[in-house]
Design a binder for this molecule. Structure first.
Ligand code: URA
Length: 231
């Protein structure tokens, strides 16, 4: 980085302006960040983000109305340097109450699915598209996804995973920006900002549709094979 750029960053830092940019972001997804003092909008790379800052921003988030109905935010958890990033849809009731992702019935099945892949929850990172529970577990609204997107982008930038697993239809459609059905999205290696992404059925769906379990098993094997070929 050029000295002038470093000076500029130090200057901004001294003004108390913490700015970040995911290396996975495109211009259209960079959140405008405003100076308190001068109301200048910055859309450039400034200083790196941190887990601490990201966690604090999520826990205090009031960007959409879900902040009025949540018990607490669910940031995500696991290995901050994980090779595998699993991304689900949104917290359910238990997750909302305890502030942890995938801890209900679907979470237990996800843990079993991980076990089948020889992975533990401590080795991977699990996050959601939304950090707050939608009331009655309804599908996330477009504006909620939009407001929450930067948090996930920041998490991806901090983790720098080798592979992303989109858990379920909403996560897959959101990350791949497509209305395509999950049945069509599974079984293919997609790319999100140069990171391979594989879509799998959501464990909640598998709990309701046992006949799809065989396909789910194939998806896990496919994810493992894809990961092995990355090395
Ligand atoms: N379903 C999800 O998609 N995420 C959770 O955290 C829990 C259930």
């Amino acid at each position: 980085m050029a000295l002038s750029e470093i000076n500029r960053l130090q200057y901004l830092d001294a003004m108390g302006v913490t700015v970040w940019q995911s290396k996975f972001m495109t211009d259209s997804t960079i959140a405008p960040i405003e100076f308190d003092a001068h109301h200048v909008v910055l859309t450039e790379v400034i200083i790196p983000d941190s887990w601490e800052k990201c966690r604090a921003d999520v826990s205090g988030c009031k960007l959409c109305t879900l902040c009025t109905t949540r018990t607490q935010t669910v940031f995500g958890e696991g290995n901050e340097n994980a090779d595998w990033l699993f991304i689900g849809e949104a917290p359910g009731q238990q997750e909302d109450e305890q502030g942890r992702p995938f801890i209900g019935d679907a979470g237990q099945l996800l843990t079993e699915m991980l076990r089948a892949m020889n992975l533990t929850r401590n080795e991977i990172f699990i996050a959601n598209i939304l950090k707050c529970r939608p009331p009655q577990n309804r599908d996330p609204h477009v504006d909620e996804i939009k407001q929450c997107r930067n948090y996930l982008q920041r998490q991806i930038a901090l983790i720098q995973p080798k592979i992303i697993i989109a858990v379920g239809r909403i996560a897959a459609q959101t990350l791949l920006e497509t209305p395509e059905k999950i049945g069509k999205l599974r079984g293919t290696v997609h790319q999100v900002e140069n990171i391979p992404l594989i879509a799998i059925y959501h464990p909640s769906y598998l709990l309701r549709s046992l006949t799809e379990k065989r396909k789910a098993w194939h998806d896990l094997q496919f994810a493992l094979q894809t990961f092995k070929q990355l090395h």
